[in-house]
Design a protein around this ligand. Structure first.
Ligand SMILES: [Mg+2]
Length: 385
């Protein structure tokens, strides 16, 4: 048995994605030309390259990679957890949890991709073992007025999705009596009785107007439509209210997408704020961090289903985590070119509306250079080893 020689990191490249950025339902809405995702490539001296994704403005990612360079340059890419922890530990004073943590997420995903390629194993196996080989994606869609919800959901139901999440838009944001319920009723009718349906209030939006009493009333209403979870029902820092809502709600309470770093999740998991925790692998610190959060959640009786309002590479990371952690669902944005239009072999639903988890080495997916060129000004700079 030969030992693997180190794969020294030679260069880290960043490609902000822009031009076709999908709406997020935010009150200050995303424009197509805004960059809210960036891809990262880690290139090594031995010729292996790994890829990752970061959920923030590409300009912040470019700056962060430069700031972090003295810490990653020449490091061994075959030791993802040690290298990313080194990046975290040495940058606390620059504002841990923000742009640097987001960027480290993309680097960490790329390092796991490299380790997988070097060893010939899928990342899920490196994370401890394959507990499932396929997973149900839920199609994430924005809420509209009730009369428009059939048109929002129908094309994705026709594509074969069997689980849907509707969120943001007008929900909880108007004084119109009965509007929230009318949206959910229309969505349930469009999704079909057999489909799973989840509701995301999106209370991390700017100046969220509702509080605990609204959330409690709304949770009762959602139970009538067999909604599988109620997500971000409260302002993202309202820990006490989340704990009370979880105790009293008839539907499971989900949240945590805006938290970063494993340490920040602890009070939420220990105190019982969620039935389902939704860390985002492209923000929390990457696969290394997401795995620890998910295991801590499991030890506290909380389910892990990652947040993935994301890119094809973020989804690829979510799939590997789903394999190792036996997560029953992954998030899949409906109609995002950065998910559907980036890979050489696009994701494809099977007859049950599930995705096969790639079993090729690393993340098991490959970026298509020509497709990438649609969304970033210098695609060659990312891909050139
Ligand atoms: Mg959400």
């Amino acid at each position: 048995m030969t030992r693997l020689p180190p794969a020294r990191i030679r260069r880290i490249a960043v490609a902000p994605l822009l031009g076709e950025s999908p709406k997020g339902g935010w009150s200050a809405e995303i424009r197509p030309e805004d960059s809210i995702h960036a891809l990262i490539a880690v290139h090594t001296e031995c010729g292996l390259s790994g890829y990752g994704s970061v959920f923030t403005d590409g300009r912040l990612v470019q700056a962060a990679v430069k700031v972090l360079e003295p810490l990653w340059a020449g490091e061994n890419a075959l030791e993802p957890e040690r290298v990313t922890e080194k990046l975290h530990q040495n940058t606390f004073w620059m504002g841990r949890g923000g742009s640097l943590t987001h960027t480290i997420s993309g680097i960490d995903i790329a390092l796991w991709d490299i380790l997988g390629q070097a060893t010939g194993l899928p990342v899920g196996q490196l994370l401890g073992g394959i507990r499932r080989r396929r997973v149900q994606p839920y199609c994430s869609l924005l809420m509209e007025r009730p009369e428009a919800m059939a048109d929002v959901i129908a094309p994705y139901r026709a594509q074969g999705f069997r689980a849907f999440k509707i969120g943001w838009g007008p929900f909880g944001r108007t004084d119109e009596p009965g509007l929230d319920e009318a949206i959910v009723r229309a969505a349930r009718a469009a999704a079909g009785e057999g489909a799973q349906l989840f509701v995301d209030a999106g209370a991390s939006d700017a100046y969220w107007p509702q509080g605990l009493k609204w959330a409690l009333r709304t949770a009762e209403m959602l139970a009538d439509y067999r909604v599988g979870w109620f997500e971000e029902a409260l302002s993202p820092d309202a820990l006490d209210d989340f704990c009370e809502l979880r105790r009293r709600s008839p539907v499971p309470i989900a949240g945590g997408e805006v938290l970063t770093r494993r340490q920040a999740f602890l009070p939420w998991l220990v105190r019982g704020a969620f039935d389902i925790v939704q860390p985002d692998v492209t923000k929390v610190g990457g696969i290394s961090e997401q795995r620890r959060i998910a295991w801590t959640a499991a030890d506290h009786g909380v389910k892990y289903i990652g947040h993935g309002w994301n890119t094809a590479l973020g989804l690829a990371a979510d799939l590997q985590l789903a394999a190792a952690l036996d997560a029953p669902l992954v998030e899949y944005i409906g109609g995002s070119p950065y998910v559907d239009g980036l890979l050489a072999t696009p994701f494809q639903l099977d007859a049950d509306g599930c995705l096969a988890i790639p079993d090729a080495p690393g993340l098991g997916v490959a970026i298509d250079a020509e497709k990438l060129a649609r969304y970033t000004p210098e695609p060659a700079a990312l891909l050139r080893a």
